[in-house]
Design a protein around this ligand. Structure first.
Ligand SMILES: *[C@@H]1O[C@H](CO)[C@@H](O)[C@H](O)[C@H]1NC(C)=O
Ligand SMILES: *[C@@H]1O[C@H](CO)[C@@H](O)[C@H](O)[C@H]1NC(C)=O
Length: 780
């Protein structure tokens, strides 16, 4: 009897357990094989092509059902067994919580938090970017398979060009170079969308998770003075559009096969992006062959009406968006106004059906209309992979390799653990783990403050916050000076946070806020030895004062380094890792802020003194250059070979410019095979030697420079970069690496000019290395 009761209780408990597991892991999917209705539904027949299935599905919907699906929170259609779907999720640098499709309220309470993108970009490591994308895609599925997601569409990456140093969202981007940004998009998107990506095509179109390139296009101003992104009209020249703002999106669509793009809030040359037929349909879909879905940025259709005053009535704006090619409205504007727009004959069902076709195609490609997704491809991705140890190691690797050493006078760094008895740590950013996350974050697997990571490296560690906050409206300079005076070494962890730069908040200044500079200088003056300054920031900061202050021996820039950033910094400071990151943006001096942020022109205008933007065009003074970054060791470079010397072209084209524009000729570069044979193809072999005393990983950057620059030519252009992965001093005697760069350039008939290839980096002689190739373009 006793036994019976306990068996019964066990059985009941097991049943309860089973029920609760089933309930908590109930996944939202259509075409459940247990549902007898399913077999009669053509759209559930997985053997048919997706286009046929979608057509069937859309044909079954009433107008009201159709309209209900045009917003990010798409409700269920119970009569067809279709569950609710949430289009909006975020995964900028790890599966995040900013959207509405992911919940961290179940057994999964966090995901791997990689460094903010600007720091990951500084690794110049395409393979790393790809592996990060893969982890994000796998963790996204893991969260889904755990029953904690009602969407698998992620609105990342942000691939707008970091055009102005004040931009609050520059931190989210891979920096200022369009080719590099395109390469980032390719690696990230391919990683997220799945390993079935092969040879430029997604096999059968299956998506592990869907990535979305944003914000299309020329979006890089949030809130500057009294101007905001909702009413900003970006005036962009055709040339800048063609070779700065659009190339990353073209790469994202053509080479990465992204399944989503987002149209931006701003207008471009008078037309709000989400109403721009030329942009969304002619360029993206027809010219570039885009076949995914297009979402608006959140409430962008309402913004089109209320802020841009584009469309007299809400129905007009709704019609503009649907007719331009936008498929989904993040918000509820289309839910409110599409019906009346149809009634008033401003929009026809053809446009609605097109949008639904694009939308349901994605849900089918994600495997959400094939019955239980856990029995499908990606169904076996275990929730236990979220925060897996190897994923967290990758977050650490990204932080280690992104952090940039900006100054290291007298080899102050690395510090010796044995010789550091007392360490003073000063700064508001040292004791705050939240700051390491940056924006569009999610709960990380685990993280520790920089201060905690440093404890253990010295016999005694003392801490003073110094500034009250990042704005440093007040600073306790005396207390900071007191601990600095008595310590062997001093590490100041200063810089910005999201109160200083963020979405809807651009900076007015480039210098450190409030009393930060004062505090740093006072501490440096009091310290026994030169101090170490760590800057956390997304955008560049004018730290000229520190660059030239001999009492500040070393400077490290650490972006917002993610969950493992504290450990990475401590390892670098104490020489367990040799930094190899390089700046992905130009660090301008404070004087740059006299240029209106609203001026979109990339190219300088000597007549008015407008200096142009980014390393490609800006010739003015810089605090630090694009591509700059030191190491604890030194590298020597040599050009091993470069071929060919004379380029013969079968076919000549004009430069990558726009029809009907006043053709500006310049050297444009692109990956081989991306276009056709009208380009000159080069390859350059570079030898690199570690001529110093310490192992290191090292990205090699190759630029091309046209000898006789024409009006509008870039000063130089990055054409390739490679990270030397295994680069040890023991190979010192033999040239290591030999990175092989292949790239192409365009010219016009009878052009002859010299292209100078050169490498930016730290050579033994501290000079840039150059080699010239004569290039002539001839018809044969
Ligand atoms: C988690 O949050 C979502 C969205 O708020 C909610 O629908 C769900 O019921 C929550 N789950 C649990 C286990 O609390
Ligand atoms: C400075 O920053 C703190 C913390 O973010 C904030 O509470 C305070 O209001 C800010 N002070 C000023 C003057 O902006």
């Amino acid at each position: 009897m006793k036994l019976h009761i306990s068996t019964l209780i066990t059985t009941i408990l097991l049943c309860l357990l089973f029920v609760s597991i089933v309930e908590s892991t109930q996944l939202p999917f259509s075409c459940d094989s247990l549902n007898p209705q399913t077999k009669s539904l053509k759209f559930c027949q997985t053997g048919l092509p997706i286009s046929v299935r979608v057509q069937d599905l859309v044909s079954r919907l009433t107008l009201d059902e159709k309209i209900s699906q045009l917003v990010n929170s798409a409700p269920a259609i119970p009569r067809l067994g279709i569950p609710a779907y949430e289009w909006w999720s975020e995964s900028l640098h790890g599966v995040g919580s900013a959207g509405k499709g992911i919940f961290f309220n179940g057994s999964i309470a966090g995901a791997t938090s990689f460094p903010q993108v600007i720091l990951t970009a500084a690794t110049f490591d395409e393979n790393l970017w790809y592996r990060i994308g893969q982890v994000i895609g796998v963790e996204a599925r893991g969260v889904y398979n755990a029953g904690q997601a009602i969407g698998m569409t992620f609105w990342a990456p942000n691939i707008n060009i970091f055009r102005d140093p004040r931009w609050g969202r520059g931190q989210e981007t891979p920096g200022e170079d369009p080719i590099m940004t395109g390469k980032y998009a390719i690696r990230y998107v391919r990683g997220v969308q799945g390993d079935s990506f092969n040879g430029g095509q997604l096999k059968k179109g299956h998506l592990q998770a869907s990535a979305c390139c944003k914000h299309f296009t020329a979006y890089d101003l949030d809130q500057w003075k009294n101007l905001d992104r909702f009413s900003f009209n970006a005036i962009v020249t055709p040339q800048d559009m063609a070779d700065t703002f659009q190339p990353p999106f073209q790469d994202c669509i053509q080479k990465a096969q992204a399944s989503g793009i987002m149209c931006s809030y701003n207008s471009v040359n008078g037309i709000p992006s989400c109403a721009n037929y030329n942009l969304l349909t002619k360029t993206a879909r027809q010219q570039w062959g885009f076949h995914g879905y297009i979402t608006s940025d959140c409430d962008a259709v309402q913004v089109m009406h209320d802020n841009h005053r584009y469309g007299n009535t809400p129905e007009d704006s709704t019609a503009f968006a649907l007719k331009a090619g936008m498929d989904i409205d993040c918000g509820d504007y289309l839910k409110k106004y599409t019906k009346s727009a149809v009634m008033k004959k401003k929009v026809s069902q053809v446009h609605i059906d097109r949008a639904l076709h694009n939308l349901f195609s994605i849900r089918m490609r994600l495997g959400l209309f094939n019955g239980d997704p856990r029995k499908q491809l990606y169904g076996n991705i275990s929730p236990s992979l979220v925060c897996a140890p190897q994923h967290q190691v990758l977050a650490l690797e990204a932080a280690r390799n992104g952090i940039v050493l900006l100054k290291n006078t007298g080899k102050l760094l690395p510090l010796s653990k044995a010789k550091t008895n007392s360490l003073a740590v000063i700064g508001h950013n040292a004791n705050n783990a939240y700051i390491l996350r940056g924006n569009y974050d999610g709960p990380p697997c685990k993280y520790i403050e920089i201060l905690k990571a440093l404890v253990g490296y010295a016999k005694s560690v003392q801490y003073q916050q110094g500034c009250n906050a990042a704005n440093c409206t007040s600073a306790d300079i005396n207390q900071a000076v007191n601990i600095a005076r008595n310590a062997d070494y001093v590490v100041l962890v200063m810089g910005l946070d999201q109160t200083q730069e963020r979405e809807q908040f651009d900076r007015d200044d480039l210098v450190l806020p409030g009393q930060q500079e004062n505090l740093i200088n006072s501490v440096a003056k009091a310290a026994k030895k030169p101090v170490i300054l760590v800057i956390l920031s997304g955008g560049p900061v004018d730290i000229s004062f520190a660059k030239y202050n001999p009492k500040i021996g070393s400077i490290l820039w650490a972006g917002y380094p993610g969950e493992a950033g504290g450990i990475a910094l401590a390892e670098i400071i104490f020489g367990e890792h040799n930094p190899g990151g390089k700046l992905p943006v130009t660090w301008y001096p404070q004087a740059f802020v006299k240029i209106p942020m609203t001026d979109m022109r990339m190219r300088p205008d000597p007549k008015t003194g407008y200096p142009g933007r980014t390393y490609r065009f800006y010739k003015g003074p810089k605090v630090y250059e694009f591509g700059y970054g030191l190491s604890y060791t030194t590298y020597s470079y040599g050009f091993h070979s470069a071929t060919p010397n004379t380029i013969q072209l079968n076919q000549l084209s004009s430069v990558k410019a726009v029809e009907n524009s006043d053709s500006i000729h310049y050297t444009s570069v692109d990956e081989i095979g991306s276009d056709n044979c009208e380009k000159a193809k080069f390859s350059a072999h570079v030898s690199v030697e570690n001529s110093g005393e310490m192992d290191g990983k090292h990205p090699v950057l190759l630029f091309v420079k046209q000898d006789k620059a024409r009006n509008g030519s870039p000063i130089k252009q990055l054409v390739g970069f490679q990270k030397l992965e295994k680069f040890y001093k023991k190979f010192k005697s033999q040239p290591q690496g030999l990175p092989d760069f292949s790239f192409a350039t365009k010219g016009r008939e009878n052009d002859q000019y010299i292209i100078t290839l050169y490498l930016a980096g730290i050579t033994a002689s501290n000079k840039l290395l150059r080699m010239s190739i004569v290039v002539s373009f001839r018809n044969i």
